[in-house]
Design a protein around this ligand. Sequence first.
Ligand code: CP3
Length: 352
Amino acid sequence: MSQTHSHLFLDAIRNKPIERTPIWIMRQAGRYLPEYINLKNKAGGFMSLVTNPELACEITLQPLERFSLDSAIVFSDILVVSEMLGINLSFVENKGPMFDKTIRSERDLSSIPTAEFEVENLEYVFKTIKLLKNELDGKKPLIGFIGSPWTVATYIIEGNSSKKFTNVLKMLKENPKLLHKILDVLAEISIQYLNKQILSGIDVAMIFDTWGGLLDDEDYKEFSLLYINKIKKSLISKDIPLIYYIRDTGKKIHILKNIDIDMLGVDSSTDIGIIKKTIGNSFALQGNLDVEVLKQEEGQMRQAVENILKSYNSPSGHVFNLGTGITPDISPDKVRMLIDILADISPKYNVK
Ligand code: CP3
């Protein structure tokens, strides 16, 4: 019996039998696609796309029109949640995200209207989800997402994408109480935001904890994982599968093996087989091709895909993806090649 694409992706997450390994690609709608650049230039920038539901819907569907991907992901960003706090987000070309305010002190925090968060400020995301549900018409699942409170905090405290994390790490050492207060606020708005995405129609929820691996084990449990668990417990639906993504997955797997999620996103620095052996059938795995492989020749790509499938070595519970987001220097032809290679070789690793 032939499975529809949507069943494949959801069945893989639920560890049910699949006939081939499904695939989607982090940042699948983005700058490596000429049609994305075109629309972004016309609209006047990234946030002009994100805040316009018709355009965000069109951008989300661009990669699905080109390739046979098994899931859509809402075109937005983890940092738009700042708008629930009245903090304005903008993206400066080649510089990344910028906020008009930072939260670095009790005073900064008290200037935020915490009595009632403005989830309506993100109405454009909920409208985009509703448009997408209509367009997708049950043929492909739709992933909605948030950033983890810790990962979002690194940007809101720094104020930009510095990647040095000076202020947030200083706060962690010198004023952990304030950091917890900020994380509490971020967890609270994330719960409201993700629940509203669920009500608007997403099929799968994903939490991006890109910078969770920056913390040592004890700090990771205290400043990141605690809030992930809090969010998980507060989701209004127990039927929506939850994906959790963290870079440096391997370094945290001894802790993560007990986490209550449906699928773990694995980065490329880790052997997916080692993760699989550690977790058994506790949850599904997503990943983890190194994006650099998409710059190689077909033979090398085939070998790299085969290595991941062989290493994972189990007939279900695997969704193929990159270990990080796709970068603007990748040719769309290589994405097509990757999808074809996977469709060609994965059936022998799966059960029908
Ligand atoms: O995956 C998807 O296609 C869905 C959309 C999505 C985007 N960002 C669109 C985007 C998702 C899920 C994200 C997540 C996100 N955003 C993360 C976590 C995952 C990761 O990549 O580690 C983080 C840390 C951010 C914050 C962010 N957004 C930064 C630091 C930047 C600038 C640097 C960069 O990678 O471009 C962005 C911009 C961004 N978000 C773009 C896209 C398509 C590029 C925008 C452009 O066209 O200039």
